[in-house]
Design a protein around this ligand. Structure first.
Ligand code: FRU
Length: 492
């Protein structure tokens, strides 16, 4: 969207938002802006919504407050893309200007049906949360159709105040909808509803009900089939820390199993955290017409100080990831389209770390790094990123703890955080180091760092606000070796 190109159509609220956007685009300071990640044109972004393919392109909607870089009355912003890398800003899709959603159009999903794109979202009025429908026949402007699931359709003992984030999938002739809810006893719940036409819904069962969500509910549930297995996502508000898992104040979890959609019973066989970094929340998936399951997520976290706010924007999305199941676990890899944007390849083989820690032409802040380490005898071995002066962020293997650590404590900017969160500067994950080897694929984009370990076995996502662009390997307490390294500039 460019200045003087305010689209026709839309509602009163979306037109005001679009006017505001075009007149304020230039006021956003570009210094920390990403180049190949979706971020708000101005203002605030949180959860991805309605991620889908329709009208020959991929659509990403998102929780959006245009008028300032902090969370406020929620709109649905809209981007489209052909490749998950280049994002085209579209007119704002929903604004909180309807009779049922005056206090916010909260998170939800989209469904393509009979050549139309339907948005199913949480409509907020005062302290009441209901599920509403909107429709578009061109994928650009949306007409609200009103509430389709009200608080009256909650099972007994549920609060009408916390009932949100619908995600719809189809099985046979029927549509099913998952939503987060809260019981009167403060239990987090995931509810299931059934419909033939997206308009009339009936309650079908309770998928999950427990007291693990100590700060609220299971937000943003998602559901899909992958490799013959049912996969459910949820973003619990507060979740008990399990050794090195779930250290953020809100987490994202995946569950494998089998859902009986007739009863809502989900036989869970495995559960784990989706990403072991700092900034990853509310993931949502879509199926592409070429058969992939692609996930996107908010690359931020609640209750944190966000340094880019002073530049007029806050929040971004991860680089979308392709999901697969391997050895009964979820594997994540960046969308393959990113490889089309690789430039200036640099290759090194067999480098002893210690002799040459900084490699010629291996630096930058918009880059991809792929390397395999022979961990040798080093106590700690890894890489420093965004290095300059005293500042850096480090990703390394710590032999004593047998974990990979993401340490952003030296990045030069303090991230204040919720007192309940132990710290917002160090995260760790366990991965296999079979054969004393470890491989990493790392994407930097000005102020972000996404790490894929061992071909997607684990990932760590975090924002890094530093002024440096150096890259250096390091080994402490012994020797180690880079078996091979490839570096590319990512140019979009
Ligand atoms: C998750 C969330 C959702 C809600 C939305 C509001 O981050 O709290 O539960 O729909 O954000 O913006």
């Amino acid at each position: 969207m460019k200045k003087n190109s305010i689209p026709a159509g839309g509602s009163y609220g979306t037109r005001i938002a679009d006017l505001y956007i075009v007149h304020n685009l230039a006021a956003v300071n570009g210094s920390s802006r990403h180049t190949y990640h979706a971020m708000p044109p101005v203002g605030w972004m949180n959860d991805p919504n309605g991620f889908n393919e329709a009208f020959g392109k991929y659509h990403l909607f998102y929780q959006f407050y245009p008028y300032g870089p902090s969370w406020d009355s929620m709109h649905w912003g809209h981007y489209t893309t052909q490749d998950f890398v280049k994002w085209k800003l579209e007119p704002t899709a929903l604004a909180p200007d309807g009779q049922d959603d005056r206090d916010g159009c909260f998170s939800g999903c989209s469904v393509v049906k009979d050549g139309k794109l339907y948005l199913i979202y949480t409509s907020v009025m005062g302290d009441r949360q209901t599920q509403s429908l909107a429709v578009s026949s061109d994928g650009v402007s949306f007409e609200k159709l009103g509430v389709v699931i009200s608080g009256e359709q909650l099972p007994k003992g549920c609060l009408k105040t916390d009932f949100r984030d619908p995600k719809v999938f189809k099985r046979g002739e029927d549509y099913y909808l998952l939503a987060g809810a809260l019981s009167e006893k403060s239990e987090g719940m995931i509810l299931l509803y059934r419909s033939r036409d997206l308009k009339k819904w009936e309650f079908a069962g309770t998928i999950r009900r427990d007291n693990l969500t100590t700060r609220g509910i299971y937000e943003c549930p998602d559901f899909f089939e992958l490799g013959g297995c049912d996969v459910m996502f949820a973003s619990p508000q507060g979740y008990r820390t399990d050794d090195w898992r779930y250290e953020n104040v809100q987490s994202s979890v995946y569950m494998l199993g089998k859902l009986d959609e007739k009863t809502g019973v989900f036989e869970k066989t495995y559960e784990d955290e989706i990403d072991g970094g700092f900034d990853f929340y509310a993931p949502q998936t879509m199926k592409t017409s070429d058969g992939r399951t692609v996930m996107i997520a908010w690359m931020q976290m609640w209750q944190r100080f966000i340094p880019t706010a002073k530049h007029g924007w806050a929040g971004a999305m991860i680089l979308p990831r392709e999901l697969s199941l391997k050895d009964g676990k979820l594997f994540q890899n960046p969308v393959r389209e990113i490889e089309r944007y690789r430039w200036n390849p640099v290759h090194f083989g067999n480098v002893i770390i210690g002799n040459r820690n900084e490699l010629t032409k291996v630096n930058g802040t918009k880059i991809e790094l792929c390397f395999t380490l022979d961990l040798g005898t080093a106590k700690r071995v890894g890489i420093k990123l965004y290095q300059g002066g005293e500042h850096d962020a480090r990703i390394y293997y710590d032999r004593e703890r047998d974990r990979v650590i993401f340490d952003r404590s030296r990045m030069g900017v303090e991230i204040s955080h919720d007192p309940e969160e132990k710290d917002a500067t160090v995260r760790s994950v366990k991965v296999s180091t079979e054969g004393n080897r470890l491989s990493m694929r790392i994407f930097l984009d000005v102020s972000s760092c996404e790490v894929f370990l061992n071909g997607g076995e684990r990932t760590m996502t975090g924002n890094v606000y530093s002024d440096g662009s150096g890259v250096a390997f390091f080994a402490e307490g012994g020797s180690a070796r880079i078996i091979s390294l490839d570096k590319y500039d990512i140019v979009v």
